[in-house]
Design a protein. Structure first.
Lengths: 680, 680
């Protein structure tokens, strides 16, 4: 008796013998090969396309004859006529196996296909969205065996897809009878299955086969901006991206001022909650428009945010987060109907997943950074810094991961800086100071030219040169330090000390003039000693936080640094290290990760298992509270010097030689320190 | 070595030895004795009160010494001082066992206490509400081990009450932090645990010990009226009862006219849904006011209703229920947040349970009747008739239960009757006709006197005598049949044939005058042949339904009949049987069950296991669809005669002798039949 045909699937390499006449889709299911199907093998969804290979395969030990699969049948022929089947492709549910065969499953036919996550890196997300489509044929009602339409749909899902105990909202039930009858008892349902194995839920229903896709929003809800990616839940592709300002800014620029607003105006959280929810709806509508999809096809959202935004989004009073012991109302992840967040712009039965918070100061955004950057998988010791109004820090390796936040304040975002402004057209974002002439050249947002290049004036005539943004002030301070205009203690030298008239006296200290736009009706853009102080406070807090984690880890140095956050993407590693924002590492070991929190949100949107993974990891992360750490103050004081009062920066020294200037004891009598000394 | 003390609990009889010094509450838990505690043994809730017995107990084989329990401690003394402890009572969590003792657990200290369900019967409900109170002490936040307040509450519930995986809505989380701090980290929570073992849910939280109780509403949502009982979820006591008219009446008097309204006005179900939900809110507010409780303490509702009301309550289009194959959108029970039904008058996190529907014409109300009347436990064959606009019938015994509905129309409710009216003050509800004089006497709603008693005129002067209600017309027709004024075919005799001027010609037929109030500006209340026809149609439908079930069961007779429904409570068994509404059984085997659907709702409210039980039973009930049964028409025609054209009524014959009159072939030429004959 002849053996059953041997079937070998690539790229998985799975192989086995199946009876002749077995459809390829059935063979794949029997052998555990990942081959997609929405219609369950009825030849209408075309998700199960495969490519048979013919000829000799010594590697597999088989020869595949031309007639290894059956000829095209009527279903395939019709599909090809109506939709077009790529050359060499077959429908896996129609072609049956007649003899030994090698079958390739192309990526788009895999449910758990890998999608490239970040252009810059090689890491991938494996698709495993919580919401999937299922096509089902439902039994018609029978007066002799009365049962509800929903119960027959549930039975069909169990029988045809092995989905048990399905649930549905009243609003879904309200659409059910019409959809079933319009689709002649054939419907497609979107089923949401959470990552904890809870009961599945039908979130949408369409008559017949739904081919319009399913979408999700990955939302990074920041204090200042709200950014979202619209993702295809089948392919993982980003269809559109958009951002809006967080309207809560009108209640307070930074988080603590919003908490104060609630303290001063009991119930104020209600207004703020309404404002941010409305902004999310606006964003969803915009992004759906940009992606040219019906917003009702958005059936999932994943939201990451800091703890205060977390509470204000959920309608929880954030006041406890503003005072020790910084108790969160709830730190766990949340899976809830989006309508509970009043996200009415998307599908009314959409589900929202909110990542867990790590601690009262370390939010779901930091958890998302951990999900994206995976410190727990790092063999060397990595410090991940998410720079924003509050900096969150993660330090770890395969052994252990620690987290803390550090109160940097808003200086890194250009706030509390004399010429500071938000990152907007006209803002200086890059700056270089010639160490010899002490002359600056710079670039502004909205123009690719440097200020000493031809055409710069014309190119910036529209926006003007209006101020200096967060990354610009960091570069400016670092460049001043490298050019010998600024000493380690943070004092700016006088014109006489520095040899440039750009250093000018202002009260009892000196400032440095970057650009005088007064002739064109613009501002004088300067860096004052006050600005230096603000940056020193911010960077010292950041560095002290990192050192506290290193203490806890028992590490004197770290192996590499990842700068995350939209702002981190614009910081030059060299300048950050000159400033002493981050511990000393080889410069090529400082990388920027872009919006890692947003990437983490995307991962959680596309992959259910990632939700379970980050929930476990957050429980395992060691939380360090800077507010009660005895050594924080000590680290902070030492870190106020530029780059540092005591820690050596040997790697920095190999790349940059910092002038050994000191303007405190200078001879011109204008230094603040000297003045106090005189009065004493 | 001396043995450990022996403790014997009554009334359970559970006994065992526990180490000396064991608190009574702990001993009860070890021995599986049902002893309540909300505070978990902290001496503050007083739910664990017990009564020790002293002296010789030969039955138990022990002698209880005076010092078998410890003396009162400070906690008991304070409790007695502040609240008062009944004589002989101890707090089970404070008194510890020192020597052999007999301890009685009074009913109010049992969680699963039995509460009398119906005054008229001896059946009980065992308390096992889905929502219970738990007092917990929650760990304070710790900056070194940051966790959310909710997570610490969840841990406390698991540790102190073994409640795992607790969940909560955002609106509960929003109250959490204030409650914990106000209660100094001690709170009482209401926990809802469904009957399927799904995750439990905190539905309310109070600082400290909550002593205000918890309540639920058992709602019977009828086509015409909505009735509710407000029940104490701890004791099962009915605190208040109330009813309102179903405001959907303005869209159609009966169910089919409401379905027609939706057919004619697409989207009309939205208006009707809004109207009934508003009525439920009004009812909840009223009943809470009557019960003098805060409506926010209503944390559960159970709703029973017919299929059309079921759909209109849930916001589902009822059109499919108006046409074969009468497909329900969903037939299963529903457990859902009450706010999804817009029940905003009660606790915002209240949970609603809706019993399963049996079939497209046989609703959750019929399921509730089954839960209340338990045909599946009946050793003899019982027919349960829930009489209303649609009659639902259950026939069964321990072997098998069948159900159907029968389209009786609204005649039994006084509609489509010439002098008919709703059951309201002034309506004739009881009537007797003297078989000799043919004179009627009657009672009207709102007055306990019969019309031939002294003071009747004065007592009814206010309301007048305005018409005849459903039970009144049934009695009137039956009395006319017994008095020889009406023949088996449904014809009323002439004055000459009957010997009373109260029978008067009206067109080609005769009518019977019950009361002429025209002198007082009131109506002439008569029974016309048209009225008789309406009653005949209704009762024939009811009887035909019962016969269809008997056919299916293979039974020629039933053993007993239960008349359910608010209307059933007012029907006299004898009159019902004279009319031939129900199969012939001994008169003492016809009992009325009052509002059995409402009782079923109360049972499901007080006892979780009853929900699981009725869900199983509904699946096991054999559904009989009268609309497609070939023999229904045959049964219907035969049942049009009064009492019946062919079925013998031997039991009725032993109680009542019906005059063998026939007015069809009468000699005076006024009978309709004769007239037709003449013209032929």
């Amino acid at each position: 008796m002849a053996q059953d045909p041997l079937v070998i699937f690539t790229p998985s390499g799975k192989r086995g013998r199946v009876p002749a006449g077995t459809p390829v889709l059935s063979a794949a299911r029997q052998l555990g090969v990942d081959l997609d199907s929405v219609c369950g093998g009825r030849g209408i969804c075309s998700k199960c396309q495969i490519t048979p290979s013919y000829g000799d395969f010594p590697k597999h030990g088989v020869t595949v004859r031309e007639d290894a699969l059956t000829e095209w049948n009527a279903v395939e022929a019709r599909y090809d006529r109506v939709r077009g089947l790529k050359k060499g492709r077959r429908l896996g549910c129609q072609a049956t196996i007649q003899a030994d065969v090698v079958i390739d499953v192309p990526p788009e036919s895999q449910v758990h296909r890998q999608v490239v996550r970040k252009e810059a890196t090689v890491r991938d997300i494996v698709m495993d969205a919580a919401t999937r489509l299922y096509y089902v044929e439902v039994a018609e009602p029978d007066m002799h065996e009365p049962s509800g339409d929903f119960e027959r749909l549930a039975a069909a899902l169990e029988e045809q897809w092995n989905i048990k105990d399905i649930q549905a909202d009243l609003t879904l039930l309200a659409k059910l009878q019409k959809a079933l009858r319009k689709g002649d008892w054939k419907v497609t349902v979107a089923v949401f299955a959470d990552h904890h194995g809870g009961p599945s839920r039908i979130t949408e229903i369409w008559p017949g086969l739904h081919e319009g896709g399913l979408f999700g929003l990955a939302i990074d809800l920041g204090s200042t901006t709200i950014a979202a990616h619209l993702c295809d839940l089948d392919t993982g592709a980003v269809i559109a991206s958009a951002g809006v300002m967080n309207p809560q800014i009108r209640f307070g620029e930074d988080l603590m001022s919003r908490v104060s607003y609630v303290m001063m105006n009991p119930g104020g959280e209600v207004e703020m909650t309404a404002a941010v929810r409305e902004a999310l709806n606006t964003l969803a509508t915009e992004i759906a428009g940009e992606g040219k999809i019906d917003p009702a096809l958005i059936v999932e959202t994943v939201i990451v945010c800091n703890p205060v935004m977390h509470h204000l989004l959920l309608g929880l009073d954030p006041v406890e987060l503003g005072q020790a012991p910084f108790a969160l109302t709830s730190s766990s992840s949340l899976t809830l109907p989006s309508r509970e967040l009043e996200l009415h712009a998307i599908n009314p039965r959409a589900q929202t997943y909110i990542l867990p918070c790590i601690a009262g100061h370390v939010g779901a955004d930091c958890a998302a950074v951990a999900l994206s950057e995976e410190p727990e998988k790092s063999k060397d010791l990595v410090l991940i810094v998410d720079v924003g109004t509050n900096a969150e820090l993660l330090l770890g390796n395969t052994e252990r991961v620690l987290a803390c936040s550090s109160p940097t304040g808003p200086a890194f975002e250009g706030a509390q800086i004399s010429s500071g402004q938000r990152a907007a057209p006209g803002a200086i974002e890059r700056i270089r100071i010639d160490p010899v002439t002490k002359e600056p050249r710079f670039r502004v947002i909205g123009c690719d030219l440097w200020s000493d290049e031809d055409g710069f004036d014309a190119a910036t005539a529209q926006t003007g040169i209006s101020g200096i943004c967060g990354s610009g002030i960091i570069e400016a301070v670092a460049e001043m330090r490298m050019a010998g205009l600024l000493d380690a203690s943070g004092l700016i030298g006088s014109a006489a000390q520095t040899g440039t008239e750009r250093c000018f006296a202002e009260g009892r200290t000196h400032s440095y003039l970057i650009h005088d736009a007064t002739a064109e009706g613009g501002p004088r853009i300067t860096v004052t000693v006050g600005d230096i102080r603000a940056i020193q406070l911010a960077k010292a807090a950041l560095y002290a936080g990192a050192r506290l984690l290193m203490d806890e880890m028992g590490a004197e140095t770290v192996d590499r640094v990842v700068l995350a956050g939209a702002f981190g993407a614009h910081i030059s590693p060299k300048h950050a290290m000159v400033l002493g924002m981050i511990p000393d590492v080889p410069l090529d070991k400082v990388v920027t990760a872009g919006n890692a929190a947003g990437t983490g949100a995307r991962i959680a949107l596309c992959n259910r298992a990632a939700r379970a993974r980050i929930e476990t990891q957050v429980r395992e992360i060691t939380k360090v509270e800077t507010a009660i750490a005895p050594r924080f103050q000590e680290h902070f004081v030492a870190a106020s010097a530029i780059p540092h009062a005591s820690d050596p920066f040997p790697n920095l020294a190999t790349a940059v030689t910092l002038p050994g200037v000191s303007f405190n004891m200078g001879g011109d009598g204008e230094g603040g320190g000297r003045r106090r000394r005189r009065r004493a």
